[in-house]
Structures are given as C-alpha cells and as structure tokens.
Write a protein that binds this ligand. Structure first.
Ligand code: SAH
Ligand code: SF4
Ligand code: F3S
Length: 461
C-alpha cells in the first residue's frame, strides 16, 4: 500500500536487515556467520524473517542434485516476497552464495532473474563492495578463487554476536580439497586445499573463549590434511595444532571434521591418546566397503587400510565412537560390492553415520561413467544400509544407559525446566536442570536412550 511506504528520508537511516538461509555442510554455517559479521559492519542486522529483509542471501550446497535444486524452489518463494515488498515501496536485494554459486555462476541469474548477486565461497570478504555494485542495477557475478584473501579478511564477530550463537562454535582451519574423489564436486566448488596458520587459528580460538565458547569444532573439507605454518615457522600437522589449542584457556572440548582416512597420521592418533579435551568421536568417511568401488571412486585406500586404521585408533582410545559417510549405487556397484559395504559396517560398528544414494554431478568423472545403477536398486540398497546403521546407532545409545557421562549444556530443552546438551560422543542429551547450568558442564546419569538422543538426570555432588 502506498500509505505504508517508508519515506525516502528515513530509508538510509533505519538499520538494514539481512536474512541468510544456509544449506549444506558446517563450513557453510561458519561462512554464513562470517557474512553476517561482515555485513554488521556495513550497517545490517540479521533477521530470521525474509519478509523483513532488505537483503536475502541463500548460502547454497551443490553436493547432490536435490541439494542444488532446492535453491531454485526457494528463489521462487523469495521472488514473491521481493514483489510484495516492492509493492510496499521496499527494495530487496537477492544474492546466491555458496557452492551452487561457484558451480553455476551467471547461469543462476539467467534462470532466476530475481537474483542480483552471485557470489562464490571465496569472495565473501568483498560482499559490501559487490552489493554496492549490484545496488546500481548491474547483475554481479563473482566466482574468483582466492582462499588466502578470504582468510586474510575473515570478519571478526563482536563478543555479543559470539554469545548469541552459543557456547559451541565452528572454526575453519582449512578450505578446499585436492583429493578429487570421482563422485564429488567439492574440489571444483571450493578449489585447492589451503590451510590457515597456527597464529590465525589460535587467535580466533582465544577470541571465542573470551566470549564464553567452551567447545570448538575445527572445520575443513579435508581437515586432517591441514598443514599450516606453526608459531615457530615450521609446518605443523593437525595433531600438533590440537595440542596447541588444548592450551587455550576456557576451551574445554575440541572436535574436528571432516577427515580423510589417508591423512590420519601418527601425531593425530597420538592426540586422541593424550588429549582428554579431544572428544572421543571421529567422523571418518569410508564411502564404500568394496575395493573395486573405492578404486573407481579414487579414494586411494583399500578396505583393509581402513580396518587397520580403525584398529590403531581404537587401540589408543577404546571409547571412541566412529561416524562415517556412505554412498550406495556408485556406477558399476554390483550386489557383491554392496555386500562388502554391509560387511564393513558390521565389522567396524558405527555410533552414527550419514548415507546417500549416488547422485551424478555435472563436471565430475563419475557422472560420465557408463553402468550407472538403477534408481530402484539404489533405493533398496540405501534402505538396507540405513536400517543397519540405525540399529548400530540405537545399540550404541542404549549401551550408555546407567552410565555417568559429562554433558555440556547448550540450549533450552524440549520441555520446560529442561536443558539440552551434548555427550562427548555428540549425542543430544535432555536433562531436567536449572537454567544457570546453561553453558556449563555437568555429570549426568543416563536413564533412557532413543534412536537419536539420550535422557538423563543430574548427579548432585
Ligand atoms: N569433505 C568430506 C565430504 C564432503 S561431502 C569428506 O571428504 O568426507 C559429504 C558427503 O557427501 C561425502 O562424504 C559423500 O558421502 C557425500 N557425497 C559427495 N558427493 C556425492 C554424490 N555425488 N552423490 C552422493 N553423495 C555424495
Ligand atoms: Fe569430496 Fe573426496 Fe574431497 Fe571429501 S575428500 S571433499 S569426498 S573430493
Ligand atoms: Fe555442499 Fe559445498 Fe559443503 S557442496 S557440502 S556446501 S563444501
């Protein structure tokens, strides 16, 4: 309605609002926070409602076809919001960021003219400048690769912003991937591996701790391939970095994700042996249990290599819970190959896992292979595999009933009077507890377990 128009004179003065929707992996969550931080300095405040937003950013994922297609249906919704805001005299800028932006570039604004700015994962530090350009009416596409520049200009959140986000935080230590698994788009959407330096990482961990963060999860597409410049000028590996981070005052729990079996070196295994604050949980994707498929996937390890590795890790940390990623129906996967994967899962026993039907991705070697597997076969295999993984997860959760475990309370619980936290093994734990325990650790006796979570009571001391 015309009468509801904001007078022009007031416009620039009122705070602008930004709505960011995040898809995909934890690194996108981290990046979305950094975009919010960078935009705060540019006069934006975050909002949860796109209808209120002067700027809408979709931080997208290209890993499987379904993930990428979601973006276009969301853009349809955003177009309606943009139109109705325009009727009320309000301007809305729309940006697509993330891995779809990198992979599809200018195609996006051709297919969805509502989009003003396409920005790849390594250009977020230039957002204010790029938005300025797009505000002039130009369709802007920026998909340069320069991770060093991104790292150099990472926006630092205020203490208040960190507090709002809670007592656990992600910290990117490495971005990009040189592994080129034949199914995967990540080496194309995130570029070559680049590691941040020890000083950059420790500095960020100290700032997080000063704002009340108690648990830090180090992130990288290939996090255990991290090899950054140490404080002594030498190149360090992830194991050494974890020992250094364990000295940061206020940080009481460390985790890292996602690892590649090829990069689990002795120093990292030693960190699992010697560091109490390194949580006994390891996400170590294997993808398949068949040597033929592992080879076709270019994983560069065999199933036996994986078994040996798991044995070495369990030898030093017997309570470690393993997690993994699995793909069923990679081109050429026979029933025998699939049985080998089921057999590997039986032998390893996972505490939790993620599993997917193979999705051919444009530009990856896997997509052009003949002998693609039928969708029906993929669905059957996935159902069988997920049933096995779910039963292992439930058994693991149930094995904790009656035990006393340490919980970090991260948020309000489902019911009043409850808090919800995480176990060392990353399970959500729901407990009746006073709100003062938010952000604190407590000993909890586990009373019951479900497929996905635990329930317990506080142990009074
Ligand atoms: N950096 C992580 C993987 C990121 S992608 C790693 O190296 O493990 C997360 C998971 O998505 C992968 O482990 C894989 O299981 C799955 N995935 C990747 N590409 C896929 C595809 N084309 N189809 C189905 N699943 C895929
Ligand atoms: Fe993708 Fe393989 Fe790199 Fe993981 S290691 S990001 S699955 S190419
Ligand atoms: Fe998706 Fe890109 Fe992460 S493709 S999984 S958002 S690295």
């Amino acid at each position: 309605m015309n009468s509801e128009k904001t007078p022009d004179a007031l416009k620039g003065k009122a705070d602008k609002k930004v709505f960011i929707k995040t898809y995909g992996c934890q690194m996108n969550v981290y990046d979305s926070d950094r975009m919010n931080d960078a935009l705060t300095t540019d006069g934006y405040i975050p909002t949860d409602t796109p209808e209120d937003a002067d700027l809408v950013i979709l931080n997208t994922c290209h890993i499987r076809e379904k993930a990428a297609e979601k973006v276009y249906s969301e853009l349809g919704r955003i177009r309606k919001i943009k139109d109705s805001r325009a009727n009320a005299g309000k301007k809305t800028m729309v940006s697509v960021a993330g891995c779809v932006a990198q992979a599809e570039g200018a195609e996006i604004s051709k297919r969805a003219p509502v989009v003003d700015l396409v920005v790849g994962p390594q250009s977020y530090h230039r957002l204010p400048e790029l938005l300025g350009k797009a505000a002039g009416g130009e369709k802007v596409v920026e998909t340069e690769f320069d991770i060093q520049e991104k790292f150099k200009h990472l926006a630092t959140p205020s203490k208040e912003a960190v507090r709002k986000r809670g007592v656990t935080a992600f910290l990117t230590v490495q971005e990009g991937c040189d592994k080129f698994c034949t199914f995967c788009v990540v080496p194309y959407t995130r570029g070559a591996e680049v590691s941040r330096s020890v000083d950059q990482i420790v500095g960020e961990a100290q700032r997080l701790a000063a704002a009340g963060v108690r648990e830090v999860t180090l992130l990288g597409q290939n996090v255990n391939g991290w090899h950054g410049q140490g404080s002594d000028g030498r190149e360090w590996g992830l194991g050494e970095l974890l020992f250094k981070l364990a000295e940061v005052d206020g940080i009481d729990r460390l985790r890292y994700t996602t690892s590649h079996p090829r990069d689990m070196d002795d120093a990292l295994i030693a960190a699992h042996r010697d560091l109490d604050i390194l949580m006994p949980y390891l996400h170590l994707p294997v993808q398949s249990g068949s040597d033929a498929i592992l080879k076709a996937m270019n994983r560069k390890h065999t199933r036996d290599d994986y078994f040996r590795l798991i044995d070495r890790i369990r030898e030093v940390r017997s309570d470690i819970a393993l997690s993994g990623d699995f793909i069923v129906g990679f081109p050429g996967e026979t029933d025998k190959d699939f049985r080998d994967t089921m057999d590997l899962i039986e032998k390893v026993t996972y505490g939790s896992a993620f599993s997917f039907k193979y999705s051919p991705r444009p530009g990856t070697p896997g997509a052009t292979l003949e002998n693609q597997v039928d969708e029906d076969v993929k669905s059957e295999r996935l159902a069988e595999l997920q049933a096995l993984l779910a039963s292992q997860q439930a058994a693991f959760n149930h094995s904790l009933t009656g035990q006393k475990i340490n919980v970090l309370f991260e948020k309000g619980g489902r019911q009043q009077g409850q808090l919800s936290g995480r176990s060392p093994w990353l399970q959500p734990v729901h407990v009746e507890a006073p709100s003062e325990l938010y952000g604190e650790f407590a000993e909890v006796e586990i009373l019951a377990a479900t497929a996905n979570s635990l329930q317990g009571k506080l142990i009074q001391n």
